[in-house]
Design a protein around this ligand. Structure first.
Ligand code: BES
Ligand code: ZN
Ligand code: ZN
Length: 513
């Protein structure tokens, strides 16, 4: 990555009240008296925090912060108060979001050395290692900036490198926290990688570039290997879905397969999970061309694929004890004399034929080949992830991603991972009547249903390819980029949604065994 901010995160034994840093970050609950630690900071600041609250300038609400300046009572140059909201509503996500906001602000004020002490507010409420992990994840979320094409002197004045230290004076706690921080660093860096791939424009990231990135990752990472099918191999394998979608572009499609196997011998006998990502490096809609407004955002239509890549990086670096295949279906949906057309009938990798009625419903057409391939290589369960439909945002807004599945246990497991990772999912229906809507009169399936329930018919289309195999589908269209309220705690552009969710899901499976 060129000229992007370097973020370092460490756990360190120190008394936060004695840290000479640019900013000391402290959590404050809403509608509560200052907790023990915040009170100590307040005393050191000669009652500055209390005054701020008394005047009503800071209430401790979520996604709010206030900056105070150190004096002789405290070596920190500044104290950043971060609102934690109501204590009874606190979740692990509260820690993550608070750390994200603190880091966003710290970068804004050009801090180079930041002491994080928000975890003091969560004493006893959650497992300290999990609090530390969420803190480190939040630090990466908030400090990330996408500015690699911005001139050095115009990069919002930000510094090139920031060190965040999660400081704790109790060595017993610190030992557990260090493990959490280290895990959070791996996950945070993986999420940032996904964000950068999505934020990079489509003239820089096209299917071959995505493939190169996956190859590079596999080379750098123990336990990870990568295979790429280029357009010739896709033709030879008769992967008709991904070929059709990619045909209109000079940037030819690729199927990218990342394989992770844990080191232990017993792993050979374990089931293999398949995670399949939609990576449309640009979605113009094809011949069913999209309107011009906001079409640029479709450079992020590869968010599902980026989530798979990021998750594979984290899963391998954390050496989780489950076999995982990551299958990334990369294509550019462009229009030219060679593009696939409305009315075309294509034969997908599974052998099922699809009548194309709208070339803009392309995600399901690339994914069905990915799902069929994952089935062939023995993956179960299979989970696909895609910025699949605008209809998903009509249904859920931009606050949650939709979850569809043919298996009750898998739904529960993913919902559990969602709570743990803070990446919100909402269970929606698929199959049954929805599946009826995508039956074609002249082919096995058609690629769009009726006017209504577009997210559910899209999910049902994919479900037809999973068949009896345990499968789930995540429509993350609404989580493609930052909108309110996320915009308050993360910079604009890609959210890198899905990385944390997959890691939590796979970690959950590994711990069960
Ligand atoms: N990539 C889009 C969906 C999308 C839109 C994601 C906006 C994120 C933000 C997808 O390929 C698409 O165009 N879907 C169509 C399907 C329709 C033609 C049935 C849509 O949602 O309009
Ligand atoms: Zn589309
Ligand atoms: Zn798309």
């Amino acid at each position: 990555m060129k000229n992007m901010i370097t973020v370092k995160v460490k756990a360190r034994k120190a008394d936060p009240l004695k840290c000479a840093c640019d900013v000391l970050c402290v959590g404050v609950w809403a509608q509560e008296k200052l907790d023990k630690f915040a009170k100590q900071v307040d005393d050191a600041l000669a009652g500055g925090i209390g005054k701020l609250i008394e005047l009503g300038d800071f209430k401790g609400s979520v996604a709010t912060s206030a900056l105070l300046y150190g004096n002789d009572g405290i070596p920190a140059k500044r104290v950043l108060l971060v609102g934690l909201g109501e204590k009874k509503k606190a979740k692990l996500d509260t820690v993550r979001d608070a750390a994200s906001l603190a880091s966003l602000k710290a970068v804004e004020i050009k801090a180079e050395n930041v002491c994080m002490a928000m975890h003091y507010s969560f004493g006893g409420k959650f497992d300290i290692a999990q609090v530390a992990q969420a803190t480190a994840e939040g630090i990466y979320m908030g400090s990330y900036r996408y500015d690699e094409f911005v001139a050095e002197d115009k990069k919002d004045g930000r510094v090139d490198e920031v060190l965040f230290e999660v400081v704790e004076s109790d060595s017993n706690k610190l030992r557990k926290m260090r493990k959490g921080v280290d895990g959070g660093v791996v996950i945070g860096q993986s999420q940032s990688l996904a964000r950068t791939l999505c934020n990079r424009p489509a003239n820089y990231v096209y299917p071959q570039v995505f493939a190169d990135e996956a190859k590079k990752l596999a080379k750098q990472t123990d336990g990870l290997s990568c295979t790429v099918f280029d357009e010739k191999q896709l033709e030879a394998k008769k992967m008709g879905g991904i070929i059709a979608v990619g045909k209109g572009s000079v940037n030819k499609p690729r199927m990218i397969i990342l394989k992770y196997s844990p080191k232990n011998k017993a792993a050979e006998k374990l089931p293999t999970v398949g995670i399949i990502g939609k990576a449309i490096t640009f979605d113009s809609g094809g011949i069913s061309l999209k309107p011009g407004a906001a079409m640029d955002e479709m450079k992020m239509d590869m968010t599902g694929g980026a989530a798979v890549l990021g998750a594979m990086k984290a899963i391998a670096e954390l050496r989780l004890g489950v076999n995982v295949y990551g299958v990334i279906c990369a294509a550019e949906n462009s229009l030219s004399g060679e593009s696939y057309r409305p009315g075309d009938i294509i034969t997908t990798y599974s052998g099922k034929t699809v009548e194309v009625l709208n070339t803009d419903a392309e995600g399901r057409i690339v994914l069905c080949d990915g799902i069929a391939y994952a089935k062939e290589i023995g993956c179960e369960p299979i989970i696909d992830i895609a910025t699949l439909t605008g209809a998903c945002m009509v249904a859920l807004g931009k606050h949650k991603a939709s979850l569809m599945s043919n298996d009750a246990k898998l739904i529960k497991q993913l919902q559990g991972a969602s709570v743990k990772s803070g990446e919100a999912l909402w269970h929606m229906p698929c199959g049954d009547e929805y599946a009826e809507e995508i039956k074609s009169k002249i082919a096995d399936l058609k690629n769009i249903g009726s006017k209504w329930g577009g997210s559910c018919t899209a999910g049902s289309f994919l479900g037809e390819f999973a068949g009896e195999t345990k499968w789930a589908h995540l429509d993350i269209a609404g989580k493609m980029d930052a909108s309110e309220p996320m915009k308050k705690i993360m910079s604009a552009g890609s959210l890198g949604f899905g990385v944390r969710l997959f890691v939590a899901f796979i970690d959950g499976l590994a711990k069960k065994k």
